[in-house]
Design a protein. Structure first.
Length: 203
């Protein structure tokens, strides 16, 4: 969640650079090592993530994609060689897989439970909202890239803001899943347990 504010703030404070067209464009600034290091760290974390079989698999996919984003930079704005263009295509593919995996975590894996508590039902709503926000950001990123003119992209930086929103959405989803937010209240029971409590025998 720190990546969207840290990269532009660091580039502005340390190098006097304006906001870049996308988060990935910071590869071509003095913040390159921060960007590459952060994505590799996220990738290693996701590859190490263990829970259920589906979680492990999706974590591995997202982890490989995160490292791919770091190793294959986005296409530069100017003087792109054949290798740079090929790396840019790979970068876009890895980015699409990465964000799709994050959306899948929120929509399909985080929402699972047997007999959820009332607070878990609230958390499920948050997961679904965050998942759909990620998907909408992906779609809008594609549409804006195809429809908007270069001048509008330069002035508004739509890809940067959409990427940032998607990252923040998953960050919220992850914090809720870890119950740093919206954890169950003390003594809260599952709905299907309240009607099945047997009284204890006295004497």
């Amino acid at each position: 969640m720190a990546i969207p504010p840290v990269l532009p703030l660091g580039a502005w404070v340390l190098f006097g650079m304006d906001l870049q067209p996308s988060i990935s464009a910071y590869y071509y600034t003095g913040m390159r090592d921060v960007f590459v290091g952060s994505m590799c760290a996220i990738g290693v974390f996701l590859l190490s993530y263990r829970f259920g079989k589906a979680d492990d698999l999706l974590g591995d996919v997202a982890g490989v994609a995160a490292i791919g984003i770091a190793l294959f930079p986005t296409t530069p704005d100017r003087d792109a060689t054949g290798w740079a263009r090929a790396a840019g295509v790979a970068h876009l593919a890895f980015a699409a897989v990465f964000f799709a995996a994050l959306a899948a975590f929120s929509l399909f894996l985080f929402t699972r439970s047997d007999g959820p508590t009332p607070r878990k039902l609230v958390r499920n709503t948050v997961y679904r909202i965050c998942g759909w926000v990620i998907i909408v950001c992906l779609v809008l990123a594609v549409v804006s890239g195809a429809v908007l003119g270069e001048q509008v992209k330069v002035e508004l930086r739509p890809l940067f803001w959409l990427e940032s929103l998607a990252i923040l959405a998953f960050g919220v989803s992850w914090l809720v899943k870890g119950e740093a937010l919206l954890r169950d209240r003390p003594g809260e029971t599952k709905p299907d347990q309240r009607d099945h409590v047997r009284p204890t025998a006295a004497g």
